[in-house]
Design a protein around this ligand. Sequence first.
Ligand SMILES: Nc1ncnc2c1ncn2[C@@H]1O[C@H](COP(=O)(O)OP(=O)(O)OP(=O)(O)O)[C@@H](O)[C@H]1O
Ligand SMILES: Cc1cn([C@H]2C[C@H](O)[C@@H](COP(=O)(O)O)O2)c(=O)[nH]c1=O
Length: 191
Amino acid sequence: MYIAIEGIDTAGKSTQIELLQKEFKNVLFIKEPGFTEFGKKIREIIFNDEISKKTELFLFLADRSETIEKVVKPNLDKNIISDRSVISGIAYAMEYFDFDLLVNLNKFATDSIFPNFVIILKLNKNTLEYRMSGKNHDNIEKRGLRYLLNIQDNIITTCNRLEIPYILIDASKPIDEIYFRIKKAISEYIK
Ligand SMILES: Nc1ncnc2c1ncn2[C@@H]1O[C@H](COP(=O)(O)OP(=O)(O)OP(=O)(O)O)[C@@H](O)[C@H]1O
Ligand SMILES: Cc1cn([C@H]2C[C@H](O)[C@@H](COP(=O)(O)O)O2)c(=O)[nH]c1=O
């Protein structure tokens, strides 16, 4: 079972995954971008270099391809929970590129291995604004709140169009309440 936790920047994905990691010792936790050694180098370039949108897209695809090939494929018999996935890959890029093109590129990069289930942490504008004001912004976050709120809609659109089952959780709720909802949702998938 391959589950992805999705949400825009500061939605609380890492916070929840840290809690899950303490409790679910038999689950393989991965993340995009930057889980593999190759991916770590790519991450440095994406967030620090001045590159075109198309180059950025190909770097995210290369990172995803490497993670799927080296980590996900050999562990498909296990439970995998990923901090971001192809859903982010399409949702962030569809502000600039055609949806169907992105789906095809991602199918090629992953051999069509997409998550079976997605948990989406959804932020309201005020909470996003507050959380973003408390951190330094990387190249992508510098695109602003409007961009990120569009991406949040794109994440939901992407799950719908790919027909991947998902649940939406209000990310502005207290951490333990969100954790309870996530555990309830994954208990149907992870025995
Ligand atoms: N439910 C919550 N209530 C209040 N604060 C939270 C909650 N969840 C996370 N935070 C805080 O919001 C900030 C962003 O959280 P976190 O790093 O987990 O988000 P993220 O989705 O992993 O972000 P990114 O995608 O940018 O890495 C952190 O300061 C974290 O402590
Ligand atoms: C996988 C993926 C990610 N992004 C964006 C989303 C975030 O702004 C960063 C990743 O930051 P995090 O702190 O590691 O969550 O990259 C993207 O634009 N395209 C992608 O495919």
